[in-house]
Ligand binder design. Structure first.
Ligand code: M6R
Length: 616
């Protein structure tokens, strides 16, 4: 994870949404539609495309609505498409991308936020330009149109317009007058070019490119690309050519497809054993030594750090909470974990010389987490990433790090990626222990190696978990409780249930119940209790009894085969307590999934959410 230049903080307000483009010998239309479908997890409020020949088609809602509106038999050699997660303006057809200039010559798809769009719009309106939508993107399209009228060269017009823009963007632009060209540019919102034998594709993340190619070139901030049927050229903001070396994405095509499963979430949970295997592969030798190639260059600094700050959002933050316990327990270094959206606004009081920031992120693009990394780097702190998406912004902007190797995760709910984050946190904790002279931990390593097999055992019990989920799927509320290593898993379980089943859920440290939440318990109220036989087993059992005494129902996740305190019991194998989260998290994901399925909900794309949260 090499360093690249930091961006100013204000350009981080990038929007979610997905961009796809293609130019070449194949028909661009099916490529764009398939690409938009695989990008839908980035936003599903509206979708649209512009093709040459063909023109623009837009639809409110999902990509399938767009598909229905495309003239049958449409064939095009070039085109750009967009799936939207609404930021400026409601999710209407008018606000759907692509946006055009007033003459209908310029067509733009855009991820990001043009911060000075009101200013630009006022200026353009004063010049007589009529706007059609409420979006910030239209101001950019109109501005490009204005410069295009002068130069008649698309890249020149785009560069002139971008020089007037404040904000963040990943854009793809076409002109009706230059149908053999797509111009793309990036500042703060990811874009990559896929290289194929028949032409070039363009996308905001690697997944939609996989059916076409694995050879890609990532645009960096401040770069612009001009794609034609047989070549592409990248320049910097100064117009000078930039030489880039193509990279190979090692994800396989099938990994990003549903392969007959009803939902990506189920498919991805069932991949957990393989994902754990991949996270560990080649990283532990026969003498229980951990080898993390991405940390070699920073080993000396890690040997002397006095404090670790972990940061992330949502599930990645909860993985960080497990990481905190692992690092403290195994390496003995004080750790604190900060929600990235809070960390970035707090007074910075860490000693940069002796503190390391570890950012956890599946996508590597979460705006708040990326911003936390930049903040720490600007203060001279060592920054590391635990990241799944290879080549993502966080991966590239940190000083070092460890890839999860979980493959693409498409379901909005983090499942296999969360498990891989936990596995990597364990490896990092063991590595920190080693580099600080603490030696190896054969007992932990032995159990770590057994996790893929044991995770499979948990997954094999899914019919039983499904039955429990169905029993409680009608609940309005639920509580999740756990202590020590199970405390963060309680939070993760509650998040998963809320996110996919829309059941209101809250998590508490089991010992906290009597300080308030116990008042919620009444006859039949469901509590999911994480109670494996760990060092706080007896304590948690007592907390469970307090709930039962008030009529609450207990769904226990335990290492016990029988548990008198449980109304329903899910048994997981027993391993070192520091690794138990990797087994207890799985039934909670399955419970959430089956409850959501019972409620007939759009599991892979829950309302109001998107996979990659690149807005602040
Ligand atoms: O891509 P990231 O890991 O940075 O994403 C962080 C969160 O947005 C993510 O974990 C979110 O909470 C999930 N939807 C939870 O299932």
């Amino acid at each position: 994870m090499p360093r690249i230049l930091s961006l100013p903080f204000e350009v981080l307000l990038t929007s979610m949404c997905g961009i796809i483009g293609y130019i070449g010998k194949k028909n661009a239309v099916p490529i764009i539609i398939a690409g938009l479908k695989s990008l839908e997890y980035r936003g599903y409020d509206s979708a649209g495309l512009y093709t040459a020949p063909g023109g623009a088609v837009k639809a409110k809602g999902r990509v399938r609505s767009l598909e229905e509106k495309i003239p049958p038999g449409l064939s095009a050699h070039a085109g750009i498409g967009h799936t939207r997660w609404a930021t400026h303006g409601p999710p209407t057809e008018e606000n759907a991308h692509p946006h055009a200039d007033a003459t209908g010559t310029i067509w733009v798809v855009h991820n990001g936020i043009i911060e000075n769009f009101r200013e630009l719009r006022t200026e353009l309106e004063a010049e007589g330009v009529a706007f059609r939508s409420e979006t910030d993107t239209e101001a950019l399209a109109q501005l490009i149109g204005k410069y295009y009228a002068e130069s008649r060269v698309l890249e020149t017009a785009v560069a002139s317009a971008l020089s007037k823009v404040r904000g963040a963007y990943g854009i793809a632009v076409m002109s009706t007058e230059e149908p053999d060209k797509i111009v793309a540019a990036r500042l703060g919102s990811p874009l990559l070019i896929g290289i194929t034998e028949e032409g070039y594709a363009l996308a905001s993340d690697p997944a939609p490119l996989l059916p076409q190619t694995r050879d890609v070139v990532y645009l960096d901030d401040g770069e612009m690309a001009v794609l034609t049927r047989d070549r592409f050229e990248i320049t910097g903001v100064n117009g000078l050519p930039v030489q880039k070396t193509p990279e190979t994405i090692d994800w396989d095509v099938e990994a990003a497809q549903k392969k007959g499963f009803e939902h990506f979430m189920l498919k991805e949970m069932l991949e957990i054993p393989d994902v754990l295997e991949n996270a560990l592969r080649g990283r532990i030798d026969d003498s229980s030594q951990v080898h993390l190639g991405g940390l070699i260059d920073v080993t000396d600094r890690l040997a002397s750090v006095k404090r670790v700050i972990m940061t992330g959002c949502g599930s990645a933050y909860y993985a960080g909470l497990v990481g905190e316990l692992l690092i403290e327990e195994l390496a003995g270094i004080p750790v604190e974990v900060e929600v990235a959206s809070e960390f970035r606004y707090r007074r910075f009081v860490a000693d940069p010389e002796t503190t390391v920031l570890i950012a956890v992120s599946q996508s590597g693009e979460t705006a708040d987490t990326l911003e936390a990394v930049r903040l720490a780097r600007n203060h001279g702190m060592l920054t590391l990433g635990i990241v799944n998406a290879v080549g993502s912004s966080i991966a590239r902007e940190t000083d070092g790090g460890v890839y999860n190797h979980a493959g693409p995760e498409i379901g909005v709910a983090s499942t296999k990626a969360f498990l891989s984050q936990l596995a990597v946190c364990a490896l990092v904790a063991l590595f920190l222990k080693q580099v600080r002279g603490g030696g190896v931990s054969p007992d932990v390593v032995r159990d770590l190696r057994s996790l893929p097999r044991l995770a499979q055992e948990v997954l094999d019990a899914r019919t039983h978990i499904e039955a429990i989920a169905k029993k409680y799927a009608g609940a309005k509320d639920a509580l999740f409780i756990g202590r020590k290593f199970q405390f963060p898993i309680a939070y993760e379980g509650a998040l998963k249930l809320k996110e996919v089943s829309y059941i209101h859920a809250e998590a508490y440290g089991a010992g906290e119940m009597k300080h308030g939440p116990l008042a919620l318990i009444e006859e039949g109220f469901p509590t999911i209790a994480l109670v494996p036989r760990d060092s706080v087993y007896e304590k948690t059992l007592s907390n469970i009894e307090e709930i039962r005494a008030r009529g609450g129902k207990i769904i226990a996740v335990s290492t016990e085969r029988e548990l008198a305190a449980a109304d329903d019991l899910i048994t997981v194998p027993l391993v070192h307590e520091a690794l138990l989260p990797l087994l207890t998290a799985i039934p909670l994901q399955l419970l959430a999934y089956y409850a959501a399925r019972e409620r007939g909900l759009p599991i892979d794309m829950p309302r109001n959410l998107a996979k990659s949260v690149t807005v602040e």
